[in-house]
Design a binder for this molecule. Structure first.
Ligand code: FAD
Length: 486
């Protein structure tokens, strides 16, 4: 089956009916009709539509190595640097369509699955069948254009490095028993963004803390597997009007707690279990981190461009560009964008074929970029707030303009270069991004997008070769000041 369109995605979701809970109630209607899910699901459908548009198909898809059907480009296993560029172009295109706000657009997990499947030999260390399962999952996902939510971390009960879970009823999801049919899983995983709006749920070992072998497993199951529940957070979607809520009406990807109530994971869905060493190798020896970061940093670069465009429009609307600190604020953002972009291109320029035959971007520039962005993004959001100042507080809604007080808002809220309605539309976008619950989540998201920034920085420290720099310093210290005698 070739790459799907939006309608095919929505039809599949309608048939799936995952078990989703919101504010103590099971959602029984179609999720795509539910106000909390509708906007994000429609947006996701529109992404699928983009990939099958006639003029896009050549760069959004590629011929499947299995069937020659045109399938989503984010599933491409790169063999050359040109393949990496093709992947980036596709990722940029989708990221542009969501202003970089939808972190879990399908290309994120498609990329993860591609890189893990390419390194399936790692899980073959436990059983060759598991290696086959992982490759089959990739092939099925690529051919059917499946989308995935994922969960890597356990609930936040006790994160001390000495903690072992001893409660009789599990908290963190664990293997309760092995049966002839598969593994039985009970407990929870802390977070799955887009829970309920994907075909599949991909579970990989915890990044939280190592609780022991019972917790080290990986599998993928359909989102409607019996016993699997998604529990929603507080919705941040405030209404359907794109004028009033330009971002949350379209991009509020729900975050969910995943609960497994004795869920049977059939053997052909298991990638490994009871093996912390495999969990470690899968993250550290496959191309997963580099490829996933390549996708993330591409999206974040697009988001930076959006931030700069938004800031300049805000500046123009009040005509404050003459002030030096305003110019400096913009230059700070340009500095961030150029740095992110340069790091992304460097990762491609220094890409190498890895042990599994995949062209893999260099991880150091990407680690540097993700570390940088987790600090820069909250700072830039603060800069936008400082540019917008008090105007970000007095924001009439669309309805005010057609009401008896319309003439007041038209008169008193006009801008230097925009009428009041256009200015309010712009300011509401800045407000949603910087001050609403949706915007605050975005800031939190970018901080923790690829894990704890503290531990990501630690990875950069421990993995970065700096011996040659130390040698240079030692050489310098050994140099004598005197010039050799003629
Ligand atoms: C909006 C949002 C969406 C997310 N979506 C997903 C998703 O779809 N799938 C998914 O798997 N995850 C998702 N995450 C989770 C994200 O991966 C984690 O937040 C991140 O990995 C950090 O883990 P934690 O939240 O459990 O923090 P914790 O590990 O509990 O850390 C809590 C505090 O303790 C410190 N700490 C804990 N352990 C150590 C240590 N060993 N060394 C030093 N400091 C330590 C941390 O620095 C932090 O300050 C999402 C997070 C957010 C905010």
């Amino acid at each position: 089956m070739p790459a799907i369109s939006g309608i095919e995605y929505l039809q599949r979701m309608k048939a799936l009916k995952p078990n989703v809970w919101l504010k103590g109630q099971a959602i029984t209607e179609d999720l795509m009709m539910h106000p909390v899910y509708k906007g994000a699901m429609q947006t996701k459908a529109s992404l699928y539509d983009l990939q099958v548009e006639k003029e896009n198909i050549s760069f959004m898809t590629f011929p499947s190595p299995f069937t020659q059907n045109r399938v989503g480009m984010s599933y491409l296993e790169p063999k050359t640097k040109e393949d990496l560029q093709k992947r980036r172009k596709m990722i940029e295109y989708w990221a542009n369509a969501t202003c970089g706000m939808m972190g879990r657009s399908p290309d994120y997990m498609n990329t993860a699955l591609m890189s893990l499947s390419a390194a399936s030999a790692i899980v073959g260390a436990q059983d060759e069948e598991f290696s086959k399962n992982l490759r089959n999952m990739y092939e099925t996902a690529l051919e059917q254009d499946l989308s995935f939510t994922h969960s890597f971390i356990n609930p936040q009960v006790n994160r001390s490095s000495y903690y072992f879970e001893t409660s009789r009823q599990p908290v963190a999801a664990k293997v309760m028993k092995k049966t002839a049919d598969g593994l039985v899983i009970k407990g929870a995983r802390l977070l799955a963004t887009e829970g309920g709006m994907t075909d599949e749920v991909l579970i990989f070992p915890s990044g939280g803390n190592n609780l022991g072998d019972d917790y080290a497993f990986a599998f993928s199951i359909p989102a409607n597997t019996p016993g699997l529940k998604f529990i929603c957070r507080e919705p941040f979607h405030a209404g359907e009007s794109a004028f009033n809520y330009p971002l949350s009406s379209r991009f509020d990807e729900m975050d969910t707690l995943l609960v497994f109530e004795n869920v049977l994971v059939p053997w052909d869905r298991v990638f490994f279990y009871h093996r912390q060493d495999i969990a470690f190798n899968l993250f550290n020896k496959s191309g997963f981190i580099s490829h996933a970061l390549h996708q993330v940093v591409t999206r974040q670069t697009v988001k930076m461009q959006f931030l700069i465009g938004l800031s300049q429009l805000l500046i123009n609307s009040m005509d404050v560009s003459e002030y030096e600190h305003i110019q400096l604020k913009l230059s700070e953002m340009i500095l961030g964008l150029e740095s992110m972009h340069a790091l992304l291109l460097k990762s491609e320029a220094e890409a190498k074929i890895d042990a599994f035959g995949t062209m893999t971007p260099s991880s150091h520039p990407l680690y540097a970029a993700i570390n940088l962005f987790s600090k820069l993004y909250p700072h830039y959001i603060g800069l936008l707030q400082q540019i917008g100042a008090g105007g970000l507080m007095v924001l009439p809604s669309e309805e005010d303009f057609t009401s008896p007080i319309g003439r007041h808002v038209e008169q008193y809220l006009q801008g230097a270069s925009l009428d009041a309605k256009a200015k309010t539309k712009l300011f509401r976008l800045v407000w949603e991004l910087t001050m609403s619950s949706f915007g605050t989540r975005q800031t939190h998201y970018e901080r923790y997008f690829f894990g704890d920034p503290i531990r990501l920085a630690k990875n950069l420290y421990s993995g970065y070769a700096r011996e040659k720099y130390m040698e240079r310093v030692k050489d310098f210290l050994d140099q004598t000041k005197e010039r050799p005698q003629e």
